[in-house]
Design a binder for this molecule. Structure first.
Ligand SMILES: [Mg+2]
Length: 93
């Protein structure tokens, strides 16, 4: 079972992704968040195998949140989701 943490500020998006993943027996959504600032705490609590991370969120964005989680958990697997086609909009440091 692959444990997934979904972080996106839009509840409808989170619900849609959860519904799609529900069709797969091998995925389990273990937690959800709506702001980057809470991702590290959620990661500690749920110990997901994969994080699906939005970029644009109020407060801390997905790139900053990814850096924060990676600092604490270097092996964390994080997939960043975006509708933006400008690769330079957020640049990883
Ligand atoms: Mg967003």
């Amino acid at each position: 079972m692959t444990k997934i943490l979904i972080v996106d500020d839009h509840q409808l998006f989170r619900e849609g992704v959860k519904r799609i993943l529900d069709f797969e027996d091998s995925f389990e959504v273990v937690g959800e968040g709506d702001d980057g600032s809470e991702v590290a705490e959620l990661y500690r609590r749920f110990e997901p195998d994969v994080v699906l991370m939005d970029i644009n969120m109020p407060g801390m964005n997905g790139v900053e949140a990814t850096e924060k989680v990676k600092n604490e958990f270097p092996d964390a697997k994080i997939i960043i989701l975006s509708i933006h086609d400008d690769v330079h909009m957020y640049r990883m440091r």
